[in-house]
Each structure stands twice: as structure tokens, then as C-alpha cells.
Design a protein around this ligand. Structure first.
Ligand code: SF4
Length: 310
């Protein structure tokens, strides 16, 4: 498990955070659509993590650098406001628990004014931890976990080798909520292909309801060359849905998922059309926007392909 500092991939809402790597890659590097499916998990040495936290602290207090730290550390620090930290990488919650606790304690010791620490987590990472362990992390300011759920349809989850079932993801969400940690989840429009589109949309609406996250984001499937799903598509074994069909899936999710209070958006650059709002409060407005664009059926109203991104 060799550690190499990862590229910065983070949720849009973590744009102002300091990006502190604990791992590289993802422990569940099997999902057939994902760029992480090329990577192996790397686990960082605890002393390295502490050395970087020391460098962060020295710089924020004195604007001086420590030898041995890469330029990226200071590039991030120059624009950091000292409030939030995002733990890299694809599922930093997999970092061995005692080391994770020690890292967060060290970080809190150096930055007592820190407001929130965030991380990506797989459902498996969460299920591995007890609620008390998650609560202990919450005490150490782990305030939000970002989880890629992708689909609520077990057929899709199995086909993309997600490594977790619908039921397991619902169980993981319940643990996160019980620990008092915010949950942000993402789902992927189009992941069921043409054949599985309707079932993917309805089962995803169901898992959104059952997981009842604080934040939910819809992305639209973008095939990455070299991934197993891309190869399936090249062989004709997977058929992409149309942009307007992706909006029909989105409409089915907004219409059928019920939430306590969730900020739901399709603002991600992969989407053809952006909606955002609180559900259930803004459901009617969001459905009206989707119905309007679907009835016009005008491709000029969609984000052009060349502006879509991962
Ligand atoms: S768990 Fe997430 S980051 Fe890891 S391979 Fe699957 S989609 Fe990618």
C-alpha cells in the first residue's frame, strides 16, 4: 500500500477547505464507471500526516514554510481561511481507526478554531465502524461524510460492482445520522442504461427516501475511456440514455423521493440541466422547471456536451 499524494478531487462544497491526504485511491476500486477503478489504495504514514499538520500550523501562524513539504501544501495554505479541512482521498474514512483518531486529535490540537472536517466514505467504511466510534469522530469535528450511492437498484449496483447493496447503504446512512454526522450522497443519472432506466430512477428515489440525507446531488453518467463500463459501451453491451431521458430520471427522483429536509441539486458540471432547492419545500418549483424543459424538448436549453465535466 504505497502512498503517493493524490490529485485533488473533492466535492464542490469543499472548495474552500484545506485538502489533507490520509490515503490515496479508493479501497473499493471496483466500480466499473469510476476513474478510481484504476488505482490501488495507498495509506499514508501517520508521522507524514503530522508533519504536514505541523507545516500547516507554522505557515498559518508565521507565514513560514517547513522544509520537505511539497509546493501544493503552500499553494493550498495561501488561500485557506483556517475553517475547514477535507480529508483526501476516495474514502479517507478507511484510514485505520486509531490513526484516524490520532490525526484528528493532532489537527484539533494545532487548530482549535477548526469548524469542520469532511471526508468521502464508502458504505463499507461506515459499516465497519460502530456508532460510538463514529460519535467519537464527530466529537473530533468530523462533521460531514460524502457517500457515492450511485443507484438504489441492486441490479445496477451489482453490475457496476459497487460492493454494497441497497440495504447496506441504508444501514450505513442510519449509522451516520445516529452519530450526528451530516450525510451528503450522490446518485448518477443514466447508470442503469436504456434498459434499466426506469427501475434505476424509481429504486434511487426509494433509497433517497430511506437514506434521508441532508444533501443529495445528482450527477450524470460520463463515460471515462479505459474504464470497464466504457469498454462495455464500446462493445455495445451498455447503451447510454439521451440527455432528455436523464432529466426524466431526475424528475422521477424529485417526484418520488420523500425527505425530512434535504438540499437537493443537479448543479454538478456533468448534468445537462441544473436544478437546486430544499426538499420537500421546493418540490413543486423544481418539478415545474423540469416539466418545462422536458416539454420544450429543445437541445439548445441543455448544457452543451463540450461544457460537461466530471
Ligand atoms: S467507491 Fe467511489 S471512489 Fe471508490 S471506486 Fe467506487 S465510485 Fe469510485
Amino acid at each position: 500500500m504505497i502512498f503517493q499524494r493524490p490529485e485533488i478531487l473533492r466535492p464542490p462544497s469543499e472548495h474552500a477547505s484545506y485538502y489533507l491526504p490520509l490515503t490515496s485511491g479508493c479501497s473499493n476500486n471496483s466500480c466499473t464507471f469510476c476513474a478510481y477503478s484504476f488505482t490501488n489504495l495507498g495509506v499514508r504514514d501517520l508521522q507524514d500526516v503530522k508533519d504536514e499538520i505541523d507545516a500547516m500550523s507554522l505557515y498559518m501562524n508565521t507565514r513560514m514554510g517547513l522544509p520537505g513539504q511539497p509546493d501544493i501544501v503552500y499553494a493550498i495554505l495561501r488561500r485557506w481561511d483556517g475553517r475547514r479541512v477535507f480529508l483526501q482521498d476516495g474514502d479517507a474514512l478507511v484510514f485505520p481507526y486509531p490513526k484516524l483518531v490520532e490525526s484528528l486529535q493532532y489537527l484539533n490540537g494545532k487548530f482549535p478554531g477548526l469548524e469542520r472536517i469532511a471526508s468521502y466514505a464508502t458504505p463499507q467504511d461506515v459499516l465497519r465502524r460502530s456508532v460510538d466510534e463514529l460519535k467519537a469522530l464527530k466529537e473530533l469535528k468530523l462533521g460531514i461524510l460524502y457517500m457515492g450511492v450511485e443507484s438504489g437498484d441492486d441490479v445496477v449496483l451489482q453490475r457496476i460492482i459497487k460492493g454494497a447493496t441497497h440495504a447496506e447503504m441504508v444501514e450505513a446512512a442510519a449509522k451516520v445520522r445516529e452519530a450526528g454526522i451530516l450525510l451528503s450522497m450522490t446518485v448518477i443519472l443514466g447508470l442503469g442504461g436504456v434498459q434499466g432506466s426506469q427501475q434505476h430512477a424509481m429504486e434511487t428515489a426509494r433509497i433517497l427516501t430511506e437514506m434521508d440525507p441532508d444533501y443529495a446531488g445528482a450527477l450524470t453518467l460520463t463515460l471515462i475511456p479505459g474504464t470497464p463500463l466504457y469498454q462495455e459501451w464500446e462493445r455495445g453491451e451498455f447503451e447510454l440514455i439521451t440527455p432528455f431521458d436523464s432529466l426524466k430520471e431526475l424528475r422521477a427522483m424529485v417526484e418520488n423521493a420523500t425527505f425530512s429536509d434535504c438540499f437537493f441539486s443537479s448543479m454538478h458540471a456533468s448534468n445537462y440541466f441544473a436544478i437546486r432547492g430544499s426538499l420537500p419545500a421546493d418540490r413543486r418549483k423544481m418539478l415545474a422547471q423540469l416539466n418545462s424543459i422536458l416539454s420544450k424538448n429543445d437541445p439548445a436549453l441543455l448544457r452543451p456536451e463540450f461544457l460537461r465535466g466530471l
